[in-house]
Design a protein around this ligand. Structure first.
Ligand code: URA
Length: 152
């Protein structure tokens, strides 16, 4: 399973690892709820490898520059399932607009080597601001769990 977020925040920038701040802690709890942890089951990366100035949403230009690198990273990691976390990742990698309407739906992603299943879900930073939306993320996690169980 590979997850692709948006971009490093301040904590990630300092430590040099993805999702290590508050969002990352929530993400770890969400993964743990379906029996997953990063060490054994999940590879995590970001759409942008650097932190946008002032934590702004990545510009279309920045996404266009970084896209070939994350696409190649996905091809090399060669996951069975790709989950895009948040709107910029969902749009950049899956061409989805309107994360609330497009989340939780299975799509195909072509890694360049093969076609794999892919889904977009809500970003934990958004869930920290809008805790009631966690029920939507929980639906996505259950669908993800079912897909992973079907593989084994
Ligand atoms: N938000 C992201 O999208 N990625 C991170 O690595 C941390 C926070």
């Amino acid at each position: 399973l590979m997850l692709v977020g948006e971009a490093p925040g301040a904590d990630e920038d300092r430590i040099g690892l993805p999702f290590v701040g508050r969002s990352g802690q929530l993400l770890d709890r969400m993964l743990a709820a379906i029996g997953l942890n990063r060490k054994e089951h999940v590879y995590i990366a970001n759409l942008l490898p650097w932190r946008p100035p002032g934590n702004r949403t990545p510009t279309p230009q920045a996404v266009a520059i970084c896209l070939p690198f994350i696409q190649r990273q996905i091809q090399l990691a060669d996951p069975d399932i790709l989950v895009c976390i948040g709107a910029p990742s969902a749009q950049g990698l899956l061409g989805l607009t309107g994360i609330l309407a497009s989340r939780g739906k299975w799509l195909e992603y072509d890694t360049g080597t093969r076609r794999i299943r892919a889904m977009a879900t809500l970003h934990p930073a958004y869930l920290l601001r809008q805790p009631l939306q966690k029920r939507l993320a929980w639906r996505d996690l259950r669908a993800l769990k079912a897909a992973l169980d079907a593989k084994t």
